[in-house]
Design a protein around this ligand. Structure first.
Ligand SMILES: Nc1ncnc2c1ncn2[C@@H]1O[C@H](COP(=O)(O)OP(=O)(O)OP(=O)(O)O)[C@@H](O)[C@H]1O
Ligand SMILES: Nc1nc2c(ncn2[C@@H]2O[C@H](COP(=O)(O)O)[C@@H](O)[C@H]2O)c(=O)[nH]1
Length: 206
């Protein structure tokens, strides 16, 4: 057991619930958290930057990454691939930094199998009506894609029991404060376990 490894935090929840908005505000408050930039085959939206919002890949490039086992998890979500680069996450955690993933539910469940010690947070909408308004008002998807994403949302919400924490995103600042508290308490929990383990080893030697 070592206290050098960082903690992996996974934020997921339905499209449009506000994961990106909450994550960006969280990163304004906590500067020593590292964001894992995902790979995707979806088209770049206006204003998005390759290497900042995502690494944009062709389907062929993405499937090559899958074959090379370079993804910690990946999912097909509404006709596109999305995935987390394995090397960045493993190397950053090993260097002692916390890593933050913002991913959909199928991918989060894969991470849970490989990294059960991760901290899984589900961001929940105040209502389905509000979720729909947020996706529509964002204006980034066609009507068909909004409907596909809302259908996915219902399946995703059914799986929120698999998460360690559920945070309602009614007001962004309140959701951010709750996630900050989760991060702090997870650190305290691990410090206490570490101390108990060290004490156990000392007692055993003496
Ligand atoms: N608490 C909130 N109250 C009102 N509007 C919000 C709130 N949080 C986010 N929004 C708005 O909802 C829309 C969707 O937010 P955002 O893009 O962050 O969602 P997301 O979960 O990251 O979506 P996706 O999974 O599709 O990337 C944005 O227009 C954002 O400004
Ligand atoms: N399984 C993964 N899901 C991811 C990843 N990166 C983002 N996402 C999620 O996909 C949907 C759609 O995203 P959008 O940018 O097209 O709106 C959303 O829920 C994202 O959180 C990933 O690496 N793996």
């Amino acid at each position: 057991m070592t206290d050098e490894q960082g903690i992996l935090f996974i934020l997921s929840g339905p499209s449009g619930v506000g994961k990106g908005t909450v994550r960006k505000e969280l990163f304004n408050q906590i500067t020593d958290l590292k964001y894992s930039i995902s790979m995707t085959t979806r088209d770049r939206r206006t204003g998005e930057i390759n290497g900042v919002d995502y690494f944009y890949k062709t389907k062929q490039e993405f499937e090559h990454l899958i074959e090379q086992n370079q993804l910690l998890e990946y999912a097909q979500y509404v006709n596109n691939y999305y995935g987390t680069p394995r090397a960045y996450v493993e190397e950053t955690l090993a260097a002692g930094h916390d890593v933050f993933l913002e991913i959909e539910v199928q991918g989060a469940l894969q991470v849970k199998e490989n990294f059960p010690e991760g901290v899984f947070i589900f961001l929940f909408p105040p209502s389905l009506e509000e979720l729909k308004n947020r996706i529509v008002d964002r204006g980034t998807e066609s009507t068909d894609l909004v409907l596909n994403r809302l259908n996915e949302a219902k399946n995703e919400i059914k799986q929120m029991n698999a998460y360690d924490y559920v945070v309602v995103n009614d007001q962004v600042d309140v959701a951010v404060t709750k996630i900050q508290s989760i991060i702090q308490s997870e650190h305290l929990k691990r410090e206490r376990i570490e101390q108990q383990y060290k004490k156990f080893l000392e007692d055993e030697i003496s």
